[in-house]
Design a protein around this ligand. Structure first.
Ligand SMILES: Cc1cc2nc3c(=O)[nH]c(=O)nc-3n(C[C@H](O)[C@H](O)[C@H](O)COP(=O)(O)OP(=O)(O)OC[C@H]3O[C@@H](n4cnc5c(N)ncnc54)[C@H](O)[C@@H]3O)c2cc1C
Length: 418
């Protein structure tokens, strides 16, 4: 008699959840289904940068070719000081070094690409299904309770339900932690409306000055539309304060103008924060999931991945790519020939590997945060710029980031992958 296929209920039809479902479906031995809180077509979000380590996974699940022409493909990011002097560059993506350029693209387009593929593969995806709780697990499976009263039973449940995960408390109940930084992004400024000083720089450009940091990145395929964003330290505030901040673009703009609207910044930056894109500003405080003791439950029937396991402030611009890596490596773990007999051991190996990688990325994100913060005087800022320039020369074209962008799950993570 043919063996029954195992079932996996994936909670969250976001980037991690759909990627895991597609990876599992491609391998074929496990039946995934997806339960998503939102209605289909609710594709909110902004532009994100996807790095080669994430794009490689999207290529594996068959959507890279479809999305790569819908955003801006780029390789080097050039860094400048506020006087317009070049401090060096690094490859955020590279066909030569990593096999893929980086891609700046609207999140909804990636989401739609994944969703189209999920449907094409016939993977069940249920909208308006808000998980309330994981009721419990046995040696054979897990029971899930949804807000609409439905219950679902499956052999495994995956918490791919983002930073505010409802699956996570079943494994470990933690409070989110404020990172100490906020970000404000301005979307979709036509490049030809920028002050002509932009002609002296290469995009994408990261500019570092005494009062902080501003990035400018094209986001359309032809590079004619540009986003700008800044992240900076900010004291912790009440929920009411954050809600008010996120709802008021004028307050977000004021913060930008105070920091970057003066004559000590290049005109393409000071003008854009003073005059342009106010209607398209989005500000966020960054919260993080503290380091979790476990990403899986005691019996190994409930597993976390993506932001549910390790949401971090986007100072390394890599959270989505990490979520894709999680999904891809979890697929190799769950479809391993020994998973049925040694599932808990294999999950522990996977989890240890993923935690180590996330920790390393987090260290880089913290370092980026330090580089981006304002300095109290011009000498400190000049010293910082000198160090950045020296590091760029020392690190060469990959900027010391090959470990991050060149990562391939197939290179192994303690389990043989075939
Ligand atoms: C301002 C900002 C900028 C960023 N920029 C970048 C960037 O440039 N590059 C990058 O790589 N990363 C970036 N990130 C990080 C990236 O967005 C996340 O790491 C990524 O979205 C994680 O994917 P996920 O699938 O784990 O979670 P999510 O994308 O949050 O998906 C979770 C899904 O679960 C669903 N869900 C939630 N609760 C439930 C429930 N109870 N029941 C059912 N479904 C539920 C949600 O509706 C959603 O569809 C940024 C993050 C922020 C906040």
């Amino acid at each position: 008699m043919a063996e029954r296929q195992q079932t996996v209920a994936i909670i969250g039809g976001g980037l991690a959840g759909m990627t895991l479902a597609l990876s599992l479906a491609k391998e074929g031995s496990i039946l995934p289904s997806i339960y998503e809180l939102r209605e289909e077509g609710d594709n909110r979000g902004a532009n994100i940068a996807l790095a080669p380590n994430g794009l490689r996974v999207l290529d594996h699940v068959g959507i890279y070719d479809q999305i790569r022409t819908k955003g801006f493909n780029f390789e080097a990011v050039t860094t400048y000081n506020a006087r317009g002097q070049n401090l060096g560059s690094f490859f955020n993506g590279s066909r030569k070094y990593y096999g893929y350029p980086a891609l700046r693209i609207h999140r909804s387009l990636v989401h739609q690409g994944l969703l189209d593929k999920v449907k094409e593969q016939g993977i069940p995806i249920y909208s308006n299904m808000k998980l309330l709780t994981v009721e419990g697990e046995t040696d054979n499976g897990v029971k899930l309770i949804f807000e609409n009263g439905q219950t679902v039973e499956a052999d495994f449940a995956i918490g791919a339900d983002g930073i505010h995960s409802r699956v996570r408390p079943y494994i470990v109940d933690v409070e989110l932690v404020y990172s100490g930084s906020i970000g404000v992004i301005g979307l979709a400024v036509p490049k030809n409306q920028l002050h002509e000083s932009h002609k002296n720089i290469s995009f994408p450009a990261f500019t570092f000055g005494k009062s902080g940091f501003v990035a400018m990145l094209p986001s359309s395929y032809d590079g004619s539309v540009v986003d700008f964003f800044s992240t900076f330290p900010f004291p912790s505030q009440s929920k009411e304060y954050w809600d008010d901040f996120m709802a008021h673009r004028d307050k977000q703009q004021k913060m930008l103008v105070e920091r970057f609207g003066g004559d000590d910044w290049p005109k393409h930056i000071s003008k854009v924060v003073r005059e342009q894109a106010k209607d398209n500003l989005n500000g966020h405080p960054f919260f993080e999931v503290p380091e979790l003791e476990y990403w899986h439950s005691p019996k190994g029937r409930v597993i976390l991945l993506g932001d549910a396991a390790h949401a971090m402030s986007p100072l390394a611009g890599i959270g989505a790519s990490l979520a894709f890596e999680d999904a891809h490596s979890l697929m190799y773990t769950m479809t391993h020939k020994d998973f049925k007999t040694r599932g808990l051991d294999l999950l522990s190996i996977w989890e240890a590997h993923r935690k180590e990688r996330v920790k390393k990325v987090l260290t880089t994100a913290r370092e980026n945060g330090r580089k981006r913060r304002p300095e109290s005087n011009g000498f400190k800022q000049m010293a910082k710029e000198l160090i950045m320039w020296g590091q760029s020369l020392w690190n060469g074209p990959t900027g010391g980031m090959a470990w991050m962008y060149g990562y391939k799950v197939e290179d192994g993570f303690g389990l043989p992958v075939v």
